[in-house]
Write a protein that binds this ligand. Structure first.
Ligand SMILES: Nc1nc2c(ncn2[C@@H]2O[C@H](COP(=O)(O)OP(=O)(O)O)[C@@H](O)[C@H]2O)c(=O)[nH]1
Ligand SMILES: [Mg+2]
Length: 247
């Protein structure tokens, strides 16, 4: 609502972010953004990918972690889990935007959407989380996006084979417009599978910018700026559906 009423000369214009398209002269770090619901394994992935002693309790703010794979430097951005309430997701979007803005080398090289394979096929909130992820990335970014299924060791207890078709189908049906580029990987809650994900990004030639990072150049970093981003608009669409009305 607030957006529609705001005049085009809103004070937020003054918060325009100028640095996001600049390439720094330092050797390029591969910045990887992790997105997904709470409990989907994002922070656990960070722990195994970086070898750091990461606190796996509730993640309340974005945090970045540096690591190396072969000769490549990585910076992995862990984020709070996406929620069902639009206001919470908008706040997370703002947190992500601020983290991207704070980086010296803000070109994002890759983004990962986390999904617990044990949840099965996509239901309501998982679909809306995926939609937010897609809009954060933008279609141009599809070769740099990865769909990561997690909780495979839990799956083992009930028969891993049962989940294989779900893993395949998730990639084919849900990620971006072009299944050709869709990369679906597995995270096995161990170092090896985490490093395989890093290896994938190290070998990706595509170098498009994340849509959200691009959009910050014009909308700034405020909450109302977030509502103007494509991902923010997707989040706010959820706010107007009857399901989100608190009775
Ligand atoms: N069994 C199993 N547990 C996992 C796996 N990944 C994460 N967990 C556990 O699930 C919980 C939530 O994981 P976390 O990494 O904090 O998820 P986040 O909220 O997405 O950051 C933690 O207790 C983890 O130890 C996995 O692949 N298998
Ligand atoms: Mg976490």
């Amino acid at each position: 609502m607030a957006i529609a009423k705001k005049p085009p000369t809103s004070p937020e214009k003054s918060q325009t972010v100028h640095c996001l398209n600049q390439q720094t002269t330092m050797a390029r770090e591969l910045v990887i953004l992790l997105i997904g619901p709470t409990g989907s394994g994002k922070t656990s992935f960070v722990k195994f990918a970086t070898g750091s002693d990461v606190d796996i309790s509730h993640t309340t703010h974005c945090k970045d972690y540096k690591t190396k794979w072969r000769d490549k430097d990585f910076r992995i951005i862990d984020t709070p889990g996406l929620e069902d309430l639009p206001a919470d997701n908008l706040a997370i979007l703002k947190d992500i935007a601020q983290m991207l803005h704070s980086l010296k080398s803000p070109r994002v090289s890759g983004a990962i959407f986390f999904h617990r394979v044990t949840d099965g096929r996509f239901g309501g909130s998982a679909r809306s989380h995926l939609e937010i992820f897609k809009q954060i990335c933008g279609e141009e970014f599809d070769q740099q996006a990865v769909f990561l299924t997690t909780m495979w060791n839990k799956a083992a207890q009930v028969g891993r084979r049962r989940y294989e078709p779900i893993h395949e189908e998730l990639g084919r049906k849900y990620l971006f417009l072009s299944p050709l580029y869709t990369k679906v990987l597995k995270f096995e809650n161990d170092v090896e599978s985490a490093k395989q994900v890093l290896a994938h990004f190290a070998g990706t030639a595509s170098n498009k910018q994340l849509r959200l990072a691009d959009e910050l150049n014009t909308v700034g970093l405020s909450l109302s700026g977030m509502r103007k981003t494509t991902a923010g608009r997707t989040i706010m669409k959820g706010a107007s559906t009857p399901l989100c009305v608190i009775l």
